[in-house]
Design a protein around this ligand. Structure first.
Ligand SMILES: [Zn+2]
Length: 381
């Protein structure tokens, strides 16, 4: 596919107009066509995006397809996915926008790293074998190239308003000890639409020698997203499917506390919790669960239905001699990032729930008598 055949900025503009976007801006110096977020009615607080925080990246040197990203609500993906979501939310078919997309070469919503060689292989190997290879490829950890990393300076390596914004946000708003910014090697992000600042939370390999993936939390918009290869213009499709935020500090002598987000890890560390602290950074995946080999684990996800789902999933899959659930709602909090002091943590810890191992005998013996079941269901939040 030649450069001219790819969806250019003018066509992207027409597509966004068909979607009814306001404030569309095409800039000769930028690959991004900016606009007010067309998902704002459903995904933004107040239902509006007054300053454009949304953009479509029109060209892609790595041969990929145009993708959209909103730095306010954090949603991202391909243009067919965007149209699909808008049609799903609004319940209305948009023929004009669909016609523009169908005349363009946009690929599917999968990863853009598939090479021609791999496509050719598909013909000579069996379907099952292919599926396994495909699975293995997706599971493989691929580091972020050094050239990409250099675009995102360490917070501690900068001395300007961006690093000051991050440091003061961490200290004042999140009550996080400043030295942890260096310990966890947090980096600076600036979005290409409005130049707003975000914090990059790097995922390291277990040895702590390489950055394998990156996640961004925008400070003012509060959006959270994976800083993937499309957003960084990386030709290498880096990924860390089975790693956790904080796993580089693992000490096998200490128990392991599993949480959802980076702020949970950093707040618990600030309070003086010395256990291993790992954050899933989004969905807890099967591959991440496979990497858990601690003797004592504490499931400490958020006190909401999502967190409850993660606890069930991990509890079903991880065998450990001792397994507990920590419930933040005991001290009236949603997650450990909200804890005010160490006493609140101690209260939650003192009230931890022990998980019994699930017993699944093929022929369960008939019980002679039934014990009264007085156990509190730890998932019943
Ligand atoms: Zn948005």
């Amino acid at each position: 596919l030649g450069e001219n055949e790819r969806m250019n900025k003018q066509r992207v503009k027409e597509f966004l107009e068909a979607l009814g976007c306001s404030q569309i801006q095409v800039n000769a110096q930028s690959d991004w066509v900016k606009a007010a977020c067309p998902l704002a009615a459903w995904t933004h607080e107040g239902g509006a995006d007054r300053n454009p925080s949304f953009g479509v990246k029109a060209t892609d040197d790595s041969g990929g397809v145009p993708t959209y990203h909103c730095f306010a609500c954090g949603s991202s993906g391909t243009l067919p996915k965007l149209l699909h979501n808008i049609q799903m939310f609004s319940g209305e078919h948009n023929k004009e926008a669909a016609d523009i997309l169908s005349s363009e070469e946009l690929g599917d919503d999968g990863e853009h790293g598939d090479s021609k060689a791999e496509t050719r292989k598909r013909k000579v190997i069996s379907k099952d074998k292919w599926a396994k290879l495909e699975r293995d490829r997706k599971r493989r950890n691929v580091p972020v190239p050094e050239t990409i990393l250099q675009k995102f300076p360490l917070v501690t390596g900068l001395d300007d308003w961006r690093s000051e914004t991050i440091v003061s946000y961490m200290r004042e708003d999140r009550k996080i000890k400043e030295s942890l910014i260096d310990d966890y090697q947090l980096r600076v992000y600036q979005d290409p639409i409005r130049q707003h600042v975000g914090i990059i939370f790097p995922i390291y390999n277990r040895e702590g020698t390489q950055v394998m993936d990156m996640y961004v939390r925008m400070i003012h918009a509060k959006s959270f997203f994976r800083l993937n290869a499309r957003l960084t213009d990386s030709k290498v499709n880096y990924q860390a499917p089975n790693l956790w935020f904080g796993n580089q500090f693992y000490d096998p002598e200490r128990p392991l506390i599993l949480v959802e987000g980076a702020f949970d890890v950093l707040r618990l560390r600030t309070l003086g919790v010395t256990a291993n602290l790992w954050a899933a950074m989004g969905n807890v995946s099967d591959d991440q669960i496979d990497k858990i080999h601690a003797r004592t684990i504490y499931l400490a996800f958020d006190a909401d239905s999502t967190g409850k789902g993660y606890m069930k999933k991990v509890a079903e899959k991880v065998e450990a001699p001792a397994r507990y659930v920590l419930r933040w709602d005991i001290v009236d909090k949603k997650d450990p990032g909200e804890l005010r002091n160490l006493d609140e943590f101690k209260t939650v810890f003192a009230n931890r729930f022990k998980l019994e191992r699930p017993i699944k005998p093929t022929n369960p013996p008939k019980p002679k008598f039934r014990k009264p079941n007085l156990t509190i269901d730890p998932f019943d939040i």
